[in-house]
Design a protein around this ligand. Structure first.
Ligand code: ADP
Length: 278
C-alpha cells in the first residue's frame, strides 16, 4: 500500500513545495471515513493499555499554517479517547514569565507523564518558525535551537515517551479558501483573525522555516510526518492510522505487563482471603 504520510527520514532534504497537499494515496473517501471511525475506537483501546501498563507516554505534536486543521484533526482522531488519560495544550504567544525562561521551559512542564497522552497544538517548534520569520530573536539564537530541540526530544524518548510529530501540509490556495469561507459563514466567523491574513503574506518565509525545521529535527526516535492536508478526510485518516500503527507496536508488551499485574493482584487477593478467618 502507498504510504499515507511523508515521513522525513533523518538527514534527508525537505522541500515542502515538492509535496502535493492534495495527495490521497489512491484511497476512497467513503471507505476512509468508515475506517477512521473504527480507528478512533482502536486508539481509545490502545490508550487504555498505555494507561494501564504505565510504562510509556505518548506525545503528539501538531504543527501547520493557520487553517491547516490542527484543532479539527485532534478533535476527530482523539474523539473516543478518555479525557482521564489525555490532554491538549495550545501554545500561544509566550507570557512575560515564559519569556524570562529558556524556550523549552514552558513546554517541558507540559510533557505527558507515563500512562498519558499529551497533545501539543503548536509547540516548541514555534521558536524556530514564527520566531524566525518575525526576527523575534537573532539568527544566532534560533539556529542553535534545532540542536537543543533534538537533545530535548532525545531526553523525552529516553524516558519512554513515544513522540509523533505531524506537519499538516496545506496549499496557499486552500488556506485562502478556508479563510474566505470563515467570512461567509456567520457560525465560523468567530475563528477569524486579521492576523491570519497578515501572516499569509509571509507564506514563503514560513515554508522556508518549515523546510529547515523538519529537516533539522527529524530523528529516528522523533520523526516528522508530513500530512497532505488540503482534504480533511484524508488528513484525519492519515493521522489516525499513524497513531494507531505506532501504538500497535507496543500492544504486545503492554498486554504482557497487564497480564502479569493481573496475576499478582489475584494472588494478593487469594493470600488475603486465605489469611482471614471465615
Ligand atoms: P491558533 O493556534 O489556533 O492559531 P492563536 O490564534 O491564539 O491560536 O495563535 C497562537 C499564536 O501564538 C500563533 O500566531 C503562534 O505563532 C503564536 N506563538 C506560539 N508560540 C509562540 C512563540 N514561542 N513565540 C511567538 N509566538 C508564538
Amino acid at each position: 500500500m502507498a504510504p499515507l504520510t511523508f515521513k522525513v527520514e533523518p538527514g534527508s532534504k525537505v522541500q515542502l513545495d515538492k509535496i502535493d497537499p492534495r495527495y490521497e494515496a489512491g484511497l476512497d473517501r467513503v471507505q476512509a471515513e468508515a475506517d477512521l471511525a473504527k480507528l478512533t475506537y482502536e486508539i481509545d483501546e490502545l490508550q487504555e493499555l498505555l494507561f494501564g501498563a504505565g510504562t510509556h507516554s505518548l506525545l503528539v505534536i501538531m504543527q501547520g499554517m493557520d487553517t491547516s486543521g490542527k484543532d479539527g484533526t485532534v478533535r476527530k482522531v482523539f474523539s473516543q479517547v478518555s479525557p482521564l488519560g489525555s490532554y491538549v495544550v495550545s501554545f500561544k504567544v509566550p507570557t512575560e514569565d515564559e519569556l524570562a525562561h529558556d524556550f523549552l521551559w514552558r513546554v517541558h512542564m507540559k510533557t505527558p507523564g507515563k500512562g498519558m497522552i499529551g497533545i501539543f497544538n503548536r509547540s516548541h517548534y514555534e521558536d524556530v518558525l514564527v520566531v524566525r520569520v518575525h526576527n523575534l530573536v537573532p539568527e544566532a539564537v534560533w539556529r542553535k535551537r534545532y540542536r537543543l530541540i533534538n537533545d530535548f526530544e532525545h531526553n523525552l524518548a529516553q524516558s519512554n515517551t513515544i513522540i509523533l510529530k505531524f506537519y499538516l501540509h496545506i496549499s496557499k490556495k486552500e488556506q485562502e479558501e478556508r479563510l474566505l469561507a470563515r467570512e461567509q459563514d456567520p457560525t465560523k466567523a468567530w475563528k477569524l483573525a486579521a492576523g491570519d491574513w497578515r501572516e499569509r503574506e509571509r507564506w514563503d518565509d514560513y515554508m522556508a522555516a518549515y523546510d529547515d525545521a523538519l529537516e533539522q529535527c527529524s530523528t529516528d526516535e522523533a520523526p516528522w510526518q508530513i500530512v497532505p492536508a488540503d482534504r480533511k478526510w484524508y488528513r484525519n485518516y492519515a493521522v489516525a492510522m499513524t497513531v494507531a500503527e505506532t501504538l500497535r507496536g507496543y500492544k504486545g508488551q503492554w498486554l504482557a505487563k497487564l497480564g502479569k499485574v493481573g496475576e499478582e493482584r489475584l494472588l494478593e487477593l487469594k493470600a488475603l482471603r486465605a489469611g482471614q478467618p471465615q
